[in-house]
Design a binder for this molecule. Structure first.
Ligand code: GDP
Length: 355
C-alpha cells in the first residue's frame, strides 16, 4: 500500500538528513569537520542509548553516514540549509497526488520543526528529521475515526448513510463494514437504498446473505427514503445496534441525486454520513469529496482500493482538505479487507516501513 509514496518519503528523509549533516559539519569547531568528512560514521558517541542498535532506516548506509550527533551544543539550522531538500519534498508530494493545501501544510510543518536552534543532546540528525516529518504528517492526517467507540457512546440504532460515486466500491464497503461491526459484537441491518441501479438490490443482498446480515429491501425503482425508513423501523423494533444504508451513486441528473439524498436525510435522520471514494482516483477523489461535503455534508470518508494505490495522495490529503476524518481504507476485495485508518500507524509505515 502506497509503496511509491513510501519510497519517496524515505528518500526525502535521507535528503533532509544529508542537508542537516552538512549544516552540522559546517558548525563544527575547526578541524573536526574535516575529521568527520574523512571518517564517516558515528563520530561523536555521547549518545545516551549508545550501544543499542541504530534506529531502523529503510535506506541502507544512511544511518551510518549521518549519525553525526548533535553533541551538547546547539545545532542551528537555517532556512537555507533545508531549502533545496524542502523544494524536493514539495515536488515529491505533489507528484504523489497530495493536494496543494496538504502539501503546503506538510512543508510548513517540517520547516517549523527543523529550522531554528536544536539543543538535543545525543540526538542523531536522522532522529531530528524523522521527528519533524512525523509530526508534520500527523498534523495533516488528522485523528482518524473510531467507529466502534462512536457506536458504543451513541443511542442505538446508530444510523449510517453511505454515499459515493458508482463503481468506487460503496456497496462492497457497506458489506465490509457490516462484517467488521459484527466482528466487534454489534448487531447490524443493511438497507438496500440503491433502488436506481439495476442489480444493486440483488448485489447487496448477496453480500449480506454471505455475511449473515439482515437486509431490508423494496423492489427496483422504489423510493429509497421509504426503504431506509423501514430499515430504521426494523432496527428499532428488533433492538439492532447499527443501520447501514446503501444509496444510489448516480441518478438521472446530479440535481435529482442531491434531492434524493436530501429527502433520505430528512426521513432517516442519519447519525453519520460517510462518503466513499477510491484512493486510486487521487486528487479527483479529494475534489469530489470536497464538493459532496459542501453540498450534502459528510461526517467521515472511506477510501477504497488503497491496495491498488501506490501514490497515496488521496489518503494523505483528504481529511485535511475537507476537514472530515478518514475512517477506513479498503485494502482488497475480501470482506476482511478493510482497516480503520490510524494515522500514527500509517506514518510509521510510510517513514520507517520496509518494502
Ligand atoms: P459500487 O458501485 O460503488 O457499489 O462498487 P462495488 O461495491 O460494486 O465495487 C466495485 C468493484 O470494486 C468490485 O469489483 C469490488 O470488488 C471492488 N472493490 C471494492 N473495494 C475494493 C478495495 O478496497 N480494493 C480492491 N482492489 N477492490 C475493491
Amino acid at each position: 500500500m502506497f509503496a511509491g509514496l513510501r519510497e519517496k518519503l524515505q528518500a526525502a528523509r535521507d535528503r533532509l538528513g544529508s542537508s542537516l549533516q552538512a549544516a552540522a559539519a559546517s558548525q563544527e569547531p575547526e578541524g573536526q569537520a574535516a575529521q568527520q568528512a574523512a571518517a564517516p560514521g558515528p563520530v561523536q558517541e555521547d549518545r545516551p542509548d549508545e550501544g543499542r542498535p541504530a534506529p531502523a532506516s529503510a535506506s541502507t548506509g544512511f544511518v551510518d553516514k549521518v549519525r553525526v550527533l548533535i553533541r551538547d551544543r546547539e545545532l542551528i539550522v537555517s532556512e537555507r540549509d533545508v531549502a533545496d531538500a524542502l523544494s524536493e519534498l514539495e515536488m515529491t508530494l505533489l507528484e504523489s497526488d497530495v493536494a496543494l493545501p496538504a502539501t503546503d501544510a506538510i512543508i510548513a510543518g517540517v520547516r517549523k520543526n527543523l529550522v531554528g536552534k536544536h539543543r538535543k543532546i545525543g540526538e542523531s540528525v536522522d532522529a531530528l528529521v524523522l521527528g519533524a516529518l512525523k509530526s508534520a504528517l500527523l498534523e495533516v492526517l488528522g485523528s482518524g475515526f473510531d467507529l466502534g467507540g462512536y457506536i458504543r457512546t451513541h443511542d442505538r440504532p446508530v444510523k449510517i448513510l453511505f454515499t459515493g460515486v458508482n463503481g468506487t466500491g460503496k456497496t462492497t464497503t457497506v458489506a465490509k463494514i457490516g462484517a467488521y461491526l459484527k466482528g466487534q459484537g454489534f448487531t447490524v441491518v443493511i438497507g438496500a437504498g440503491d433502488t436506481y441501479r439495476a442489480g444493486a438490490i440483488e448485489q447487496i443482498g448477496v453480500h449480506a446473505g454471505r455475511l449473515g446480515i439482515k437486509v431490508i429491501q423494496h423492489q427496483e425503482g422504489a423510493d429509497p427514503s421509504a426503504v431506509l425508513f423501514d430499515t430504521v423501523q426494523y432496527a428499532s423494533s428488533h433492538k439492532i445496534d447499527v443501520v447501514l444504508a446503501d444509496t444510489a451513486g448516480r441518478f438521472h441528473t446530479k440535481a435529482n441525486l442531491m434531492n434524493q439524498l436530501d429527502k433520505i436525510k430528512r426521513v432517516m435522520k442519519p447519525d453519520l454520513i460517510v462518503y466513499v471514494d477510491e484512493a486510486v482516483a487521487g486528487n479527483d477523489a479529494v475534489t469530489r469529496a470536497s464538493e459532496f461535503n459542501r453540498t450534502i455534508g459528510a461526517d467521515a470518508v472511506v477510501l477504497t482500493k488503497a491496495d491498488m494505490d501506490s501514490r497515496g495522495g488521496a489518503a494523505i490529503s483528504i481529511a485535511h482538505t475537507i476537514g472530515k476524518p478518514l475512517m477506513f481504507i479498503g485494502t482488497g476485495q475480501a470482506y476482511t479487507d478493510i482497516i480503520p485508518f490510524e494515522p500514527a500507524k500509517v506514518v510509521d509505515e510510510l517513514l520507517e516501513g520496509g518494502a
